[in-house]
Structure formats: structure tokens, C-alpha cells
Write a new protein. Structure first.
Length: 166
């Protein structure tokens, strides 16, 4: 699948098979994330990969919109040093990770972390310095159905594209 097709087919997956993801695949996903663009090349990100079922269940319990994380094969917690553009940098890294996952046949879903009440608890639970900000939680797993690899409904290009002026 070429890159543009991959981008158009990426969608959120919240139902996963009970199938582990290899360490090599997880490393490839994080490796793709670290190649995201970053302001002034600061690269403020840190990635915590979680595969232990009890830890995934705990993340699911405390995250307000991530209950499905308990059935994921893995989760990547994206943390950032407190820099001026931490949110932009780590959002780009999160998107890279999700596209890499799709290229490997793995589904993903982005769960918010920035400014969430559970962020500090996840710092403590996973030994991340409290000075680091949780930006996102990426749930990963092999999807229950391959229907998720079809393009999602989006507003048409004509609706969102403006030439020269709005």
C-alpha cells in the first residue's frame, strides 16, 4: 500500500483479537514515531510500550475514553519533556506510530492524554518523571475484522479545500 492510500485508510480500531504483537513490530512502530518532525529538532518524546495485561486493564480503568485498551495487545504511552511545542511534536509522533502500525496490519486508536486527570497517575505507575507530560495513549492490536482497513467517511475535498482565501 502506498503512503497516500495508507493515510486514507487509517481509522480508529477499538476491537482487537487476542493475539500478541511481536517486539520487533512494536520497535518498528516506535522507530517510525521518533522520525516525526519536531520544532527545532528538540525530539522531546519518550515512549513507554505496555504489553502486560494487568497494566493495560489499569490504563483502561482510569482513562475516560479508553475502556477498550484492556483488550489491546499493547499500548504506547507518549510522554514529552516540557518544551514549547511538546503537543505538536508528540502529536506528529503519535500519527507516525499509527501509520506504521497500519502498514504492519495492526489497528490503533489514539486516546487523549494531554491535560487529562489520569496523566499524573500514569507517570507514577510507569516510572516517568512527573516533569514529563502525557500527550497520548495509543492502543494497538490486530483488528477483529479487516473492514477497518477501508477508508473512513470524511468530508469531501471540495468541502474543506479553499484556494487563496477561505
Amino acid at each position: 500500500m502506498d503512503l497516500i492510500e495508507l493515510i486514507k485508510k487509517r481509522r480508529s480500531v477499538r476491537e482487537f483479537l487476542n493475539k500478541p504483537i511481536s517486539r520487533d513490530c512494536l520497535e518498528d512502530i516506535v522507530d517510525a514515531a521518533r522520525f516525526a518532525p519536531t520544532a527545532r529538532n528538540v525530539q522531546p518524546w519518550e515512549f513507554v510500550v505496555v504489553t502486560e495485561k494487568e497494566a493495560l486493564k489499569h490504563i483502561a480503568e482510569i482513562s475516560e475514553h479508553g475502556k477498550f485498551i484492556s483488550s489491546a495487545a499493547a499500548s504506547i504511552l507518549v510522554f514529552s519533556q516540557d518544551t514549547k511545542y511538546f503537543l505538536e511534536d508528540c502529536s506528529a509522533a503519535t500519527q507516525n506510530a499509527m501509520l506504521a502500525a497500519l502498514a504492519l496490519g495492526i489497528g490503533s486508536c489514539w486516546v487523549a492524554g494531554d491535560k487529562k486527570s489520569y496523566a499524573g497517575e500514569l507517570n507514577l505507575l510507569f516510572g516517568v518523571p512527573i516533569s514529563h507530560k502525557l500527550v497520548s495513549i495509543i492502543a494497538l492490536g490486530y483488528p477483529v475484522t479487516d473492514k477497518v482497513f477501508r477508508a473512513a467517511d470524511k468530508r469531501s475535498l471540495q468541502e474543506v479545500l479553499h484556494w487563496e482565501r477561505f
